[in-house]
Design a protein around this ligand. Structure first.
Ligand code: ZN
Ligand code: MN
Length: 478
């Protein structure tokens, strides 16, 4: 068998998390609304109404373009894309074909083997979403709540080479969208939808063969599986003397199977022309520079910086930058206690992430703020409490909202660092263990550990370990 290369391009639709829809004042998020309750004459396509562009959608689209290193179009235009479908009552979708909001750009994928793979973006444009149809009791019903929700459609060049690379792209794009705050990117809610173009060619060849388009690959796993499966089908077809035809395939995530939908229509069928009811979207140089300047440090830049600046391991840096709020939390804590970034990182990697999982909260929503975490770490470093108490304090601060010091005070959790009272307790313990004392004094010095254990047990772990040892050594001497 010959060696083949898989060629993949992805087309994603990203739902922007704006307050209102792209051309009217209806709420953009209507996930929980009853069907057809979040609509108005504009988004249901009534005759005689005029669309009005949502400035927030333009801002967020342009910010995404900046994050993708794309050129932000200073004068983008809207076009009508005509097709007939029940979920699109006005008979055309308002989109951008000739002058999209962003041109070019790329996303650098950080692959698990440490390589960086650059995926070029062909274009990205703003458009309105259509409604939804669903089959209910044998009837096809239309819900227009989603009609007019702002989307960015983003198309890659055919730069991906496997289902795994496509899965990486989708997962890292999702992370980026959340990081810069333009989309919730919740794939189960359709905030990030994906279609995949797949073709194969002999290794070493540079031609592009006929591709098929897989629709509805709407999870990271689906992308990986559907592309792998389709490439295998094409290779087997070609190997057995067949020819790949231009088909649209539907991916069924429940059964893990692809099925043929229809042969694909060309672009000319949509009869694109300029949308006459909308003005061009003009962005001045100053506005474009302001958008670029508002872009936060991106996840991978921050990841590298965490390794270099704080000497974190690559793994710790990756976990701490998996979400922007978490990485902000870390830096805020480190700024308050610059001595020990590694200690802060350890606390976050273990106990804080557990606390977040247990409470279902993100770092930003925790009651336990960075200052409280730092206070706990300092209490341990200063020998005021032990590590186990520190762990329990995290949970108690989260539950009560009280400061760590207050809880230590109220519950008497502090270490016994008062030498006089500790000495009295130790004297009592030694008096109760004459055999061990004699054995120790007779040369069995390994018993020291046993004595420390006895003191810890008697004080329920609250004796200052260093002080305990000092007093024991002194009392056992004679
Ligand atoms: Zn509306
Ligand atoms: Mn589209």
């Amino acid at each position: 068998m010959k060696e083949y290369e898989i060629i993949v391009g992805l087309e994603t639709h990203i739902q922007l998390n704006t307050e209102t829809k792209i051309f009217c004042a209806c709420k953009a998020d209507s996930w929980e609304a009853e069907p057809n309750t979040n609509v108005c004459p504009v988004c249901t396509g009534q005759p005689g109404v005029l669309p009005r562009i949502n400035a927030e959608a333009v801002q967020k689209g342009a910010l995404l373009a900046a994050a993708m290193h794309a050129e932000i179009n200073p004068c983008s235009l809207f076009d009508r894309k005509h097709y007939f479908y029940p979920d699109l009552p006005k008979g055309f979708q308002i989109t951008q074909l000739f002058e999209p909001i962003g041109k070019g750009g790329y996303l650098d994928l950080y692959m698990p083997d440490g390589e960086i793979k650059r995926v070029r973006i062909n274009k990205m444009h703003l458009e309105e979403d259509a409604g939804k149809t669903k089959l209910e009791h044998g009837q096809r019903k239309v819900d227009l709540n989603r009609g007019g929700v702002p989307l960015v459609e983003m198309v890659t060049e055919p730069d991906l080479r496997s289902g795994e690379e496509a899965a990486q792209y989708l997962s890292q794009l999702r992370e980026l969208l959340r990081w810069i705050g333009v989309s919730e990117a919740d794939m189960e809610r359709g905030h990030l939808r994906c279609d995949a173009n797949v073709s194969i060619r002999e290794k070493g060849s540079t031609v592009f063969n006929t591709k098929t388009e897989i629709k509805n690959v709407n999870s990271i796993d689906s992308v990986r599986q559907a592309i792998t499966q389709e490439a295998k089908r094409q290779i087997e077809l070609v190997e057995s003397g067949g020819k790949v035809e231009q088909y649209t395939l539907d991916w069924d995530a429940d059964t893990g199977k692809l099925s043929m939908m229809r042969s694909k229509e060309g672009e000319a069928d949509y009869r694109y022309f300029r949308e006459p009811d909308l003005q061009p979207v003009i962005l001045s140089n100053e506005e474009i520079e302001a958008i670029k300047a508002s872009l936060p440090e991106l996840p991978y830049a921050r990841r590298r910086r965490f390794v270099e600046e704080y000497q974190l391991s690559a793994y710790d840096a990756e976990v701490l930058t998996s979400e922007r709020g978490l990485s902000d939390y870390f830096e805020e804590a480190v700024a308050l206690y610059a001595k020990e970034p590694k200690t802060i990182s350890n606390w976050m990697m273990n106990d804080m992430i557990r606390l977040m999982n247990d409470t279902g909260k993100s770092a930003r929503d925790l009651v336990l703020k960075p200052a409280a975490l730092v206070e706990i770490v300092k209490l341990i470093d200063d020998g005021k409490i032990n590590a186990a108490t520190g762990k329990s304090l995290l949970v108690k601060v989260e539950q009560t909202g009280k400061s760590p010091a207050t809880i230590v005070e109220e519950e008497g959790l502090g270490l016994i660092a008062d030498a006089d009272s500790l000495r009295k307790q130790i004297e009592t313990i030694l008096a109760g263990a004459p055999n061990e004392v004699a054995a120790y004094r007779g040369g069995k010095e390994t018993l020291m550990g046993w004595f420390v254990g006895q003191v810890m047990r008697a004080t329920r772990g609250k004796a200052d370990p260093k002080l305990t040892r000092e007093i024991l050594v002194e009392l056992l001497k004679n």
